[in-house]
Design a protein around this ligand. Sequence first.
Ligand code: SAM
Length: 293
Amino acid sequence: MNLCSIKTVKSLLARYSTDTKKGFGQNFLINPAVPFDIAEQSYLYHQGVCSDKACVLEIGPGVGALTSELCQRYDKVVAVEIDKSLIPLLGETMADYDNFTLVNEDFLKLQLDSFLDEHFGDSRVSVCANLPYYITTPIIMKILEEGKGRFASITVMVQKEVASRLCATSKDSDYGAITASVNYFGKVKRLFDVAPSNFLPAPSVTSTVIRIELYEKSPYSVKSEKMLFDVIAGAFAQRRKTLLNSLSSSISFVSKARLGEIIEACGFDISIRGERLSVEDFCTLANALYEEK
Ligand code: SAM
């Protein structure tokens, strides 16, 4: 079955008395070259860094266009789909694959640790997905924060603007709290753009496939991750202000004067803005502030 044929997708949806749902961010891939390339990029990287059973987690399989490509490469594929009307449909489209497991859940509500234990045991897992755009950032942050050490890579399609933010450096205008936070966990690579015409229905924006290559052992030494993320969030809370002014509004356990001293003792100019700090700089500042608590 060609799961990227518009005719096939429409007739499957009609047969299962459903349709594409905007509320679930449903834009299904209709060019077979795209899911092929996404799955290939995910699998080749995974194979290079993991030697045991190849395991992948997909969020939002839709009608299964990317899922079937993953099933042809990985040893084990687990997909989490929120839309219950797609569950019997996927039962039909994925019937040929005995390495596939479907879970009807909201990914954001999953208890990720026990979910990974149950489905993948000790294996390191990669994530591969065409993400629903309305919850891209919470999905990525959940994987990074709750799945620490369990994931090898995240190959996902996101809005082009989100990709630009994730791939920015501290010299770019797109650099923000999400850039610094994600880059703490791994290296972000921009892979390729995908035009709206490749989806049913066509979204209003261009999409980009990115891969986050997660550190197995972090290159950063941080005394408290909570402090690090509080400092990053505080530094970008008022972007136009200096780091000192923005941070002093959100960090209350030191005076503004002492905060200024700490910023300077870390080697930064007192008038620096948060957007100039690299992940390493944020770690230095967070460690210094941790000592003050
Ligand atoms: N993978 C398919 C493809 O590429 O054609 C569909 C991708 S579509 C952009 C996003 C998918 O995510 C939809 O199937 C949607 O129902 C599902 N989805 C949306 N929110 C979800 C959530 N919170 N948990 C799990 N799946 C979700």
